[in-house]
Design a protein around this ligand. Structure first.
Ligand code: HEC
Length: 130
């Protein structure tokens, strides 16, 4: 009986490993600014940029410190202006709120799935990178 309880607890933990538990574990190490950034991120960005389950695809690319990659200014501008597929936030968020989001993203480890898989040389349906 105890073994079954332990097994289901582990399965439960594994199901959440992809998002919530990592966030919870990181919470202790975030400073006030980054904590605000995380909250804003969850409110405004997570709907498109957080992978909700291990199996479902997400709409926007996963964001992490690799996205920031020492390009804080470019990133701020990108978030303000948006693209055809992503809304801009210049009228929704204050510049300092965007800063907080960027500072939070700098604490997010890159997802394992981001490790590029070997790709076939030519694929007609490949998305153009801009
Ligand atoms: C409606 C869905 C949606 C929301 C909400 C959204 N994004 Fe995006 N985001 C996208 C899509 C889609 C892309 C891919 C860019 C494209 O194809 O135009 C993207 C791309 C990005 C990129 C570039 C990533 C890369 O690797 O090139 C960054 C950075 C980004 N978003 C940050 C944010 C932040 C920060 C927020 C919240 C303030 C946010 N996004 C909210 C859909 C969204």
């Amino acid at each position: 009986m105890r073994r079954i309880a332990l097994a289901s607890l582990l399965a439960f933990a594994a199901a959440f490993l992809n998002g919530i538990s990592i966030q919870a574990a990181m919470a202790a190490t975030l400073n006030a600014d980054q904590t605000v950034g995380r909250r804003l991120y969850n409110q405004h960005c997570g709907v498109c940029h957080t992978k909700p389950t291990i199996l479902s695809p997400y709409y926007g690319p996963a964001l992490s410190k690799d996205t920031v990659n020492n390009n804080e200014d470019a990133l701020r501008e990108f978030i303000q202006n948006g693209t055809d597929r992503m809304p801009g936030f210049q009228y929704t968020l204050e510049p300092r709120q965007i800063d907080s989001i960027v500072h939070y993203l700098m604490t997010v480890p890159p997802p394992e799935a981001a490790v590029p898989a070997p790709k076939p040389a030519a694929r007609s349906n490949e998305r153009e990178l801009d």
